[in-house]
Design a protein. Structure first.
Length: 342
């Protein structure tokens, strides 16, 4: 397979990362598409009906993609989760929130959302957190969707290539939000260009020439150019779009991204039970030992996070951001695309 991307989808070489939880609303996807990039809707954490409503809002516009969280069931340490919940009670109470009972099983509505996309096929569908069934990839491709899989290293890239997807989103640990790793390997120790080169070398050795979209910590056009020089056919940006007017980023989150008091990002499991990169706040420091229990912890902390935002405080809510967050500005989505286009 030729390692190129369809020009009608990726002509500008810029992809707006799907950011679950609010930022990736239809207005952002449409604006990115109108500027020559590929916009994405985030299917994660949405009921199928809510995703359908967003698809309705996109009808008639430029091609766009939809991202799905693939369930990856794992037995949580129930004792550790219950201990975490007890510690969480006063934190939630401080912002007037309750802590629900643990939701031990959850598939994020994945089967219903997959069926929805097979009936209302977007231009692209990407998968994160685990590999979908081969039959899902085959059906989507047959229906006309371009399929992508998020990977974080060469071994995951080879597994995805074997599955038959059309392209890979190669995510570096510097990326904001959740890691898409599904093999549980140590995080890649080199730079994003080195990761792109390592994935391409592994694919080449296996005779699989899949195109690569580079993601993670791309805060400047120079960083984007370095990823392309290493062999990426496009770059995926998330944090760079968070302060645009088209994004659904809440006011507390927007202010934190511009606040000089936030000095660094860090990886944390405190909000969801899965490693994710956020601007470091007090809750992250107090719960640095949070157990690995995704998505159980996500549902435990969700009311607290929402209440913290309502209270105008960034201290008890997730502030997902990549290491290049200082490069995010108050500017239109079209201007972001123009700055980072090839």
């Amino acid at each position: 397979m030729d390692a190129t991307l369809p020009v009608d989808l990726f002509g500008g070489g810029v992809v707006a990362a799907p950011m679950a939880g609010g930022p990736s609303r239809p207005e952002l996807a449409a604006a990115v598409g109108a500027a020559g990039g590929l916009g994405f809707l985030a299917g994660g954490y949405k009921a199928p009906e809510a995703l359908a409503a967003q698809l309705d809002a996109m009808d008639g516009g430029r091609p766009f993609g939809v991202n799905l969280f693939v369930p990856s069931p794992a037995e949580a340490d129930r004792e550790a989760v219950l201990a975490f919940r007890e510690r969480l009670l006063p934190e939630a109470a401080a912002v007037g929130a309750d802590v629900p009972e643990p939701r031990w099983t959850d598939d994020d509505g994945y089967p219903a959302k997959l069926d929805l996309l097979l009936g209302r096929v977007p231009a692209a569908v990407s998968f994160t957190f685990a590999l979908p069934a081969r039959s899902a990839v085959t059906a989507l491709r047959a229906a006309g969707a371009f399929t992508l899989q998020t990977v974080t290293g060469p071994d995951e890239a080879l597994a995805a290539a074997e599955l038959g997807v059309d392209a890979l989103v190669v995510q570096h640990p510097d990326a904001g939000g959740h890691s898409g790793s599904f093999l549980g390997l140590p995080a890649f120790a080199g730079t994003l260009p080195e990761l792109v080169a390592a994935v391409r070398a592994a694919l080449s050795s296996a005779g699989a020439q899949l195109p690569v979209v580079a993601a993670g910590g791309i805060g400047t056009p120079e960083a984007a150019a370095a990823a392309r020089d290493a062999g990426a056919a496009a770059v995926q940006l998330g944090t760079a779009f968070l302060r645009t007017p088209e994004a659904g980023t809440n006011a507390v989150y927007r202010a934190a991204l511009a606040d000089q008091d936030f000095a660094r990002t860090a990886l944390t499991r405190s909000f969801s039970g899965k490693w994710a990169r956020s601007l470091e706040n007090g809750f992250m420091r107090r719960f640095a030992d949070a157990p690995a229990a995704y998505p159980v912890l996500h549902y435990l902390t969700a009311p607290m996070k929402a209440a913290s935002v309502r209270a105008g405080s960034p201290e008890r809510t997730s502030l997902w951001a990549g290491t290049g967050w200082r490069g995010a500005h108050d500017e239109r989505a079209a201007d972001v695309v123009a700055r980072f286009a090839r």
